[in-house]
Design a protein around this ligand. Sequence first.
Ligand SMILES: *Cc1c(COP(=O)(O)O)cnc(C)c1O
Length: 361
Amino acid sequence: MILCSNPREQYVAHREEIDAAIARVCANGRYILGPEVEAFEKEFAAYCGVEHAIGVGSGTEALHIALTAAGIGKGDEVITTAHTAVATAAAIRLAGATPVFVDIDPETYAIDPRLIESRITISTKAIVPVHIYGHPADLDAIGEIADGRGLTLIEDCAQAHGAKHRDRRVGSLGEVAAFSFYPTKNLGAIGDGGMVITNNVDIAGRARLLREYGWAERYVSHVDGWNSRLDELQAAILRVKLKHLDDDNAKRRALAARYNEALHDLPLTLPVARVNVEAVYHLYVVATERRDELQEYLRAHDIGALIHYPVPIHRQPAYADKAISLPVTERAAATVLSLPMYPELTHAEQDMVIAAVRSFE
Ligand SMILES: *Cc1c(COP(=O)(O)O)cnc(C)c1O
């Protein structure tokens, strides 16, 4: 079976380095918020081109903490999309705010900046664009709206570690940004993890308080915090993988170029890459009206293709809002299919995927 993503292969590729990192932490005796987390925070901040990075428990928590540290809370509205992991909307609710869904651009599947203005109200405080599938949202247009309307720009970078908008890495363009290190992400742990990054020293300070009981010094809470810490084992593993991230993203781009070349003549919508961006292909997503049939056909050929995401958030029971209609989002949910994409996918395996897609009639 060729899987859609395969984090085990990444462990195998860097086994010696990862095993040594794990042994180092076990022998050290510091297991929570110690030297590995501190070093990883510095290395990740430098990689992204920002001043501050705060390691937290997951991507959902990174968004929750970023929003709260930026002053978003009860009574506030936050503009985002419904074509994303439910975590984006869940984090907005965890912060006490209300997600307001705007439709997406049919080519990049990211928020359509032309539709944002009409959803801004007196309660709107922030915009959370998602760099979905590893392709940066239109940060020029979104940044202009945020600046013009006094809204905080918070980037959901969970699928876009290392992606660039012009010559800057995503996460460094908004006021604050959130990353996930879920195992299948471009930079993935062997467990859960997340990171908040920012150039704003006040937001960074509040994020540090929030992740550990509001402690400025041990055992003295200054604000209502909770527990959302990155652990030393995950940080040590992530430090190994960060060294390989640019290589891994280059491999993803090369695989995407091979798919594009091999599938361009088929009646499939292939991913586009806008000028001025460097996408990192967290997923390689094609679209077709016969999506369910194609997925079934590939499964019969031992190829795992997945749907990201089958039910838009505004159609999920916990978020159901019959009043709103997001036609491009709804169409995407009915037509998208993610083909196998991970750095260790071999050309021989990819050729099997290509042959199977090409033989589908
Ligand atoms: C994975 C993901 C998250 C949540 O990350 P977790 O670490 O699973 O909590 C948030 N937003 C997007 C777009 C994601 O893909």
